[in-house]
Design a binder for this molecule. Sequence first.
Ligand code: SF4
Ligand code: SF4
Length: 98
Amino acid sequence: MAKPITQILWTELEPGCVIVEPGNAREYRTGDWRTMGHPKVDTERCVKCAQCYIFCPDAAIERTQEGYFLPNLYYCKGCGICAHECPVKCIEMVPEGE
Ligand code: SF4
Ligand code: SF4
């Protein structure tokens, strides 16, 4: 019979999320985890300061050839930190599909 969850010790837990090869996180579509929308950048107002790039916890912001910083929705988890940190508030969190 399975133990109630409150009686399981951390040492008894099955290992999960095992990374067996270096660099394989690139292959995982972490953007599929989004539930609350995604960031949309108004490049007309962007001052190219890179704060969004620095603060994104998933390294999902990429620099374009023109020097703008845009989220790669393949990896963006939709946390909204970039929108919060942007000093000119040119990043808006919008529903999926917009
Ligand atoms: S919403 Fe979060 S994960 Fe997505 S680009 Fe912004 S900071 Fe990164
Ligand atoms: S934080 Fe805002 S202004 Fe700065 S690069 Fe990112 S989108 Fe542009």
